[in-house]
Ligand binder design. Structure first.
Ligand code: 13P
Length: 280
């Protein structure tokens, strides 16, 4: 069943686990993820990068995600990931996304707040809730590591924007880590504690999930993370299997079978890591 971002994160908060959020690119990645979620009886978020909405690719991917979500026995949210501008956000709403992430985190705080609030206002009219980002989560290629999300700024950001979820910088990055990251678990707990005191607590999101050591992911969930994003390793799971597949198989559906299975196996592993199994 198709669910809004807030509703799926409410399940995670009530049952104290994290919802896996997998980036999807095509029908086969959607198939692998939905099969895993159903087998494990897990809620799941499928999300599509802003780039695919900018290029028009999401116009084809979105109906596939929505068809899979409507038919699924488990709760599914379809989310725009790192919405880069109002054009992509409008397209994602038009394509039926039930969650929107807007990412203005590279802007100064005041502008990040203003743009995020504008997105929340817009999305409110369609009943879709918004994930914002405070503290820039960069890529593993960046030379400079950015500062962790400031606790007081996080409280102000949540209060003034009205976001339903907040992505924070606590030592992770997008891509393949050159060396193992160190997730700042204390900062997660501190942000949640201050937000609770101020009466503005929302679920926190961990980006850059590919390659974070399992024990750190678990510690982050214990500290209160309720959504963990996986993008890069979905691509590697899919592509590694494609490159191993015999060219003798030329019927495309049969050629893709192994890659769908590889995505499913990857998703199952992460569902268990996040304690999301049997939480649907
Ligand atoms: P990875 O590609 O590092 O898994 O990060 C995914 C992500 O955070 C998407 O927003």
């Amino acid at each position: 069943m198709l669910l809004d971002l807030t509703k799926i994160l409410d399940i995670a908060e009530a049952k104290r686990f994290a919802v896996p959020a997998f980036n999807v690119y095509n029908m086969e990645t959607v198939m692998g993820i939905v099969q895993a979620a159903e087998e494990a009886n897990s809620p799941v978020i499928m999300q599509t990068y802003s780039r695919l909405f900018a290029s028009g690719t999401a116009f084809y991917v979105a109906p596939i995600v929505l068809a899979a979500a409507h038919a699924a026995k488990v709760p599914v949210c379809y989310h725009l990931d790192h919405g880069a501008g109002h054009t992509e956000i409008a397209r994602a709403l038009r394509c039926g996304c039930t969650g929107i992430m807007c990412d203005w985190s590279s802007l100064p705080l005041e502008q990040n707040i203003a743009e995020t609030r504008r997105t929340v206002e817009l999305c409110k009219h369609t009943g879709v809730s918004v994930e914002g980002e405070l503290g820039y989560v960069g890529t593993t290629k960046d030379e400079i590591t950015t500062e962790y999300t400031d606790v007081d700024e996080a409280v102000r950001f949540i209060r003034e924007t009205g976001v339903a979820a907040l992505a924070i910088q606590v030592g992770t990055a997008h891509g393949r880590y050159k060396k193992s990251p160190q997730v700042a678990v204390d900062r997660i707990a501190a942000i949640l504690a201050e937000a609770e005191k101020a009466g503005v607590n929302v679920p926190l999101v961990l980006h850059g999930g590919s390659g974070i050591p399992d024990e750190q992911v678990r510690a982050a969930i214990d500290a209160g993370i309720r959504k963990v994003n996986f993008g890069t390793d979905i691509c590697f799971a899919f592509l590694d299997r494609i490159f191993e597949t015999s060219r003798e198989v030329y019927a495309i559906d049969l050629f893709m079978k192994g890659a769908v299975q590889a995505v499913k196996e990857f998703a199952l592993e992460k569902i268990h890591l996040l304690h999301a199994e049997d939480k649907a």
